[in-house]
Design a protein around this ligand. Sequence first.
Ligand code: XUL
Length: 516
Amino acid sequence: MGSYYLGLDCSTQSMSAIVLDFERGKICCEESVNFEKDLPHYGTRSGVLPHSDPRVKHAPPLMWVEALVMILDRLRDAGVPFAEIKALSGSGQQHGSVYLNKSFESTLSRLSGETVIGQLSGTLARKTSPIWMDSSTSAECAEIEEALGGKRATAALTGSAAFERFTGSQIRAFCKRHPVAYENTVYIALVSSFLASILAGKVAPIDFGDGSGMNLMDITSAVWSDAALEATAPNLLSRLPSVVPSGTIIGLPAPVWVERWGFSAETRIVAWSGDNPNSLIGTGLINPGDAAISLGTSDTYFGAMSKLRTDPAGEGHVFGSPTGGFMSLICFKNGSLAREAVRDQYSLDWVGFAKAVHQSEPGNKGAFMLPWIEPEIVPKVLTPGLHRINLDEQDVAANCRAVVESQAIAMRRHSAWMGIRPERLYVTGGAAVDEEIVQIIADVNQCPVYRHDVLNSAALGAAIRAVQAVTGSEWDKLIAAFAPYPLQPAAMPRAELAVRYADLERAYARAESEYL
Ligand code: XUL
């Protein structure tokens, strides 16, 4: 009998899985399901339902369940020995919420056969789930902050100022706009706890890491905050599960998963967490001082925190770390979204995009852009727009460079509050394979950039968390075994470009304040 550990990741655009073979100390299987391509009948674009208002971003929760079923099928077809999986955990795109009616709990307890999705369809009190890209709840954010004594007080209490995409303002908006449906909502889950509930066949708790992306939890004591609940919606406590440490074993697989996929009835299900806390583990950044950039649908900049400290400007977040401490993070919505939009405008593929960046000069002769193709989170921009500064729209190479350089500069500028000016940076996420992007990050930050072999740090982090929860192994040892720090940098900074990028950063800062 071997020992295998499964990590799942339900992100914006896909569901992915990583299986660790513990005895051999390696990843033995990776699979992925793309929502738009593999599940076209849900009608999403890149995992998001189209809507006439660019601020409204929802996804169908049953699509995530169908993706879960599909990925388990793929793992089985790939020969994963389900009976030898000792534990599993998962990762969900943070902040997204699922609204469930009174039949949820009883349906979970008797999920059966081929029709998991059909059975769950009757349990939704709201057919769609607002996700992290939504920015339609500014009024509710203002109301919550006012009730909690302002932006700073909200951040001090919950780890973040009130944000449109955070679950609290989304719940408030739902309750105000659809009071009857809110009344019929008996449980509110996060993407992570929703999928964990389905696997465990019972309502799952929310972990400390994902719970801190809701504006509802007291970040210091890791329990729901009465004041925040009251500022958000009536009778909210009864609709929320408890908050638990990220390493909590929450249950065993429901019979359907044992019967249909051959999971052992003894497989431990470890609380699922958000993609960012999971990525912290998957990039091995458990010790304060280092920082990582995840280049995904959103771009995030994050690191472990030595002492709880919130962002005075209210742009950044403090989340719970799966190791028990804290992590800091800032999130840019126009990550790969903006890179893809520029690439598509010039009808390029990624190879052509990288070539174009290469053809242009570092610093772009002072040309850059504010790439707010979607409403932006940092800085807060509710009316989208792409603004070119000293930049000729016809110049393909300069535009491709401009989006990447501007994003790298924005990350550097807005991460200053974290107080980490790292000696090295780690990169993860799909776009981390691009040599030009990685070089620009090194030059803008004037530090070496390292790239992990495994770019799906959220699924890897979930699998490592599953091992840790069951074996009690030290984090350092698990990181060394499954997410070792790369020895060779992927890019070194070019010192001769330091002044050029410092000038560009100043110009960028001026332009940003002009357009805000
Ligand atoms: C972080 C954030 C995104 C989501 C989706 O606060 O909103 O990174 O977690 O990945």
